[in-house]
Design a protein around this ligand. Structure first.
Ligand SMILES: Nc1ncnc2c1ncn2[C@@H]1O[C@H](COP(=O)(O)OP(=O)(O)O)[C@@H](O)[C@H]1O
Ligand SMILES: CC(=O)N[C@@H](CCC(=O)OP(=O)(O)O)C(=O)O
Length: 260
C-alpha cells in the first residue's frame, strides 16, 4: 500500500443497525475494501437514541437536525451511541471476519470537541484533533468503528452529530468521505436522485424546503468537506453496499457533492 492511497472515511446512519442483513453486507464490503485502502467507519444511532429516550419517558427534540441534549439525557445518549450501537457493530464485524475496534471520538484524547451553541445543551462539534489512535488501529490492521460521542479538552462528554464527526475525521486524516443514508442520494422535488450537488443548488433546495431535516446537516457537511479536501464526497444508500466501490471508482451513482 502506498502513502498516496487515501483513507476511506465512511459514515452510516444508525437506521442501518436495525437491518441485520444490510449491516452484515455493509461490514463485509468494507472489510473487502480495507484490503486495498484503509477504512474508518463513523456511525450514528439517532433512531436508537430516540427510542431509548422515549422508552424511558424522556421527550427529545431536534433543532436544525441536531438533537437538543440536556445533561440528564447524556447517560442514555452515551450508552446508546458509544455502547449499544457501537458494540452491535463490533459484534457483526467479528461475524463477517473483520477485526473491528469500537471507539468514540474521545478515546485516545486525540480529538477535542467544544460546545458551539449552548441552546443545544451537551452538544458539541470537533474543534481540533490528530489521528493518533485511529492511525495506530489502521496500522495494526484493525477496522476502527467510531461513535460520535466526544469530549472537551477538560473531559466533559458531548453528543456530536455523526455526519459532523465523520467530516472532522475525514479532515484530520485528509481522507476520502462517503456518507451513507437510507435514501439513494439527495432527492429533488420529484424524488429523483440529483447526481451532482453544488453549494448554489443546495442553498436553493434548502430554501425551497426540498432538502430538510437530517439531509440539511448532511449536505452542508459534504459541501464544507468537499471544499476543504478539494475532493468530491459521495452520498449513497447503505442498502446497496456494492455502490461504495462503484462510487470510489467512477463517481457515477448516488449524489456526488462537489466544491465549486
Ligand atoms: N431532499 C432530500 N433528499 C433525501 N433525503 C432527504 C431530503 N430531505 C430530507 N431528507 C431526509 O433526510 C434523511 C436522511 O438524513 P438522516 O435521517 O440524518 O440520515 P442518517 O441517519 O442516515 O444519517 C432521509 O431519510 C430523508 O427522510
Ligand atoms: C447532536 C446530534 O444530533 N447527535 C446525534 C448523534 C447520532 C447521529 O447523528 O445519528 P444518525 O447519523 O443516525 O442521525 C443524535 O443524538 O441523534
Amino acid at each position: 500500500m502506498t502513502s498516496a492511497v487515501k483513507t476511506l472515511v465512511i459514515k452510516v446512519g444508525g437506521a442501518l443497525l436495525e437491518n441485520a442483513d444490510c449491516l452484515r453486507a455493509f461490514l463485509k464490503e468494507l472489510d473487502q475494501i480495507s484490503q486495498s485502502q484503509p477504512v474508518v467507519v463513523v456511525h450514528g444511532g439517532g433512531a436508537l437514541v430516540q427510542k431509548l429516550l422515549a422508552d424511558l419517558g424522556h421527550k427529545s427534540e431536534k433543532k436544525d437536525g441536531l438533537r437538543i441534549t440536556p445533561t440528564e439525557h447524556m447517560p442514555y445518549v452515551v450508552g446508546g451511541l458509544a455502547g449499544t450501537a457501537n458494540k452491535q457493530m463490533v459484534a457483526v464485524g467479528i461475524e463477517v471476519g473483520a477485526k473491528p475496534v469500537g471507539v468514540c471520538l474521545a478515546d485516545g484524547a486525540d480529538i477535542q470537541c467544544q460546545v458551539n451553541d449552548p441552546d443545544l445543551g451537551c452538544v458539541g462539534e470537533v474543534a481540533q484533533g490528530s489521528a493518533g489512535l485511529i492511525q495506530h488501529l489502521l496500522a495494526g490492521g484493525y477496522l476502527p468503528l467510531v461513535s460520535s460521542i466526544g469530549a472537551t479538552a477538560d473531559g466533559q462528554l458531548l453528543n456530536v452529530n455523526a455526519d459532523q464527526a465523520a467530516e472532522a475525521i475525514a479532515k484530520i486524516l485528509n481522507g476520502q468521505l462517503v456518507l451513507l443514508s437510507d435514501v439513494d442520494g439527495i432527492l429533488d422535488g420529484d424524488k429523483q436522485v440529483i447526481p451532482t450537488m453544488t453549494r448554489d443548488v443546495a442553498d436553493q433546495l434548502i430554501a425551497e424546503g426540498v432538502i430538510t431535516d437530517g439531509m440539511v446537516v448532511k449536505v452542508n457537511t459534504a459541501l464544507t468537506t468537499a471544499k476543504t479536501l478539494q475532493a468530491p464526497i459521495g452520498i449513497l444508500n447503505w442498502r446497496e453496499p456494492k455502490l461504495i466501490s462503484q462510487w470510489l471508482a467512477s463517481k457515477d451513482c448516488g449524489t456526488t457533492v462537489v466544491a465549486e
